[in-house]
Write a protein that binds this ligand. Structure first.
Ligand SMILES: [Fe+2]
Length: 289
């Protein structure tokens, strides 16, 4: 039986989050949910995630898995919040271990141990399957944007995270630590080998030139017409283009807050002795003139 996909758009971060429902058993999974966060005030809210929870309650669904496609650097994942509210299990790709290990040094924070927040419930490997109701999902390793990126295949739907954008928007950047344009090209080539009519669901859409929101394409459309990685492009051409473009991009506004949450099971940092949680911002070595 075909799964149903319900789309939620988080306007502030341009993020698409998907609720995928096996309508036979009324079991569901959520992919790439978002916590609302205001960096000026430090206010963290769950309005967006609560809309998803309301939909789940209104439709008598049981949430089984809460999936992230990678350690996002532009928004806080709501995975742990959703887990707390529903008892569903959190899932991310196995590559998270390596990414977290790298950033533990940046944040001077242990990867695990006393005082650390609980981690993800499941670190999914390439090809590994998870079941919800009568449906199943499996991971396709798609590094390049980040080294931990994992796409999720559910029947004829593939949820690609930031591995691909809509055909008129190209791909995500590859200049984060562990990112690599060469590797992303190879990952996209694997996705483009899926059957032509498989549906690709992207995690972000920034509505280039003010066009209406788009979030779903097909393997055929993406392979033939993606402006960066379509069939008119060569790998070397793409890598040069991606590097040139990445050199012009600044750090995402929520880079450090996102990583300090998303790499540690999507949990907020522990309270300090005064009962307050903090986000750290590592500063550059010197003051540049
Ligand atoms: Fe991302």
């Amino acid at each position: 039986m075909a799964v149903q996909v319900k789309v939620f758009f988080h306007q502030d971060t341009g993020t698409l989050s998907y609720l995928v429902v096996d309508s036979q058993a009324q079991h569901a999974v959520i992919i790439d949910s978002v916590l609302d966060f205001d960096i000026g005030s430090g206010e963290v809210k769950a309005e967006f995630a609560n809309r998803q929870l309301a939909y789940i309650a209104d439709n008598n669904l049981k949430l089984v898995w809460i999936l992230d496609t990678h350690a996002h650097a532009d928004h806080l994942s709501a995975a742990n919040y959703l887990r707390t509210k529903t008892g569903a299990k959190t899932v991310i790709g196995q590559g998270i271990t390596e990414v977290r290990s790298r950033f533990s040094k940046t944040f001077n924070r242990a990867t695990s141990g006393p005082g650390e927040q609980p981690d993800f419930d499941c670190l999914l490997a390439e090809g590994q399957q998870l079941v919800f109701g009568s449906a199943a999902l499996s991971g396709i390793s798609t590094p390049g944007h980040t080294s931990d990126s994992l796409s999720y295949l559910i029947e004829d739907n593939v949820f690609v995270g930031d591995t691909l954008f809509m055909p008129d928007a190209g791909t995500a950047r590859c200049d984060f630590p562990g990112g690599d344009a060469d590797t992303l090209w190879d990952s996209i080539a694997r996705l483009h080998e899926l059957p032509d009519d498989y549906k690709i669901w992207v995690c972000h859409d920034y509505q280039p030139d003010g066009r209406e929101l788009r979030y779903q394409t097909t393997v055929k459309e993406s392979r033939e017409s993606n402006i960066y990685v379509g069939s008119h492009r060569q790998k070397t051409e793409y890598v040069a283009l991606r590097k040139k473009r990445d050199a012009t991009l600044g750090a995402p506004k929520l880079l450090y807050p996102s990583l300090q949450v998303n790499l540690w099971g999507a949990s907020l940092p522990e309270c300090e002795s005064n009962g307050v949680r903090y986000i750290k911002i590592p500063l550059t070595d010197k003051v540049t003139s």
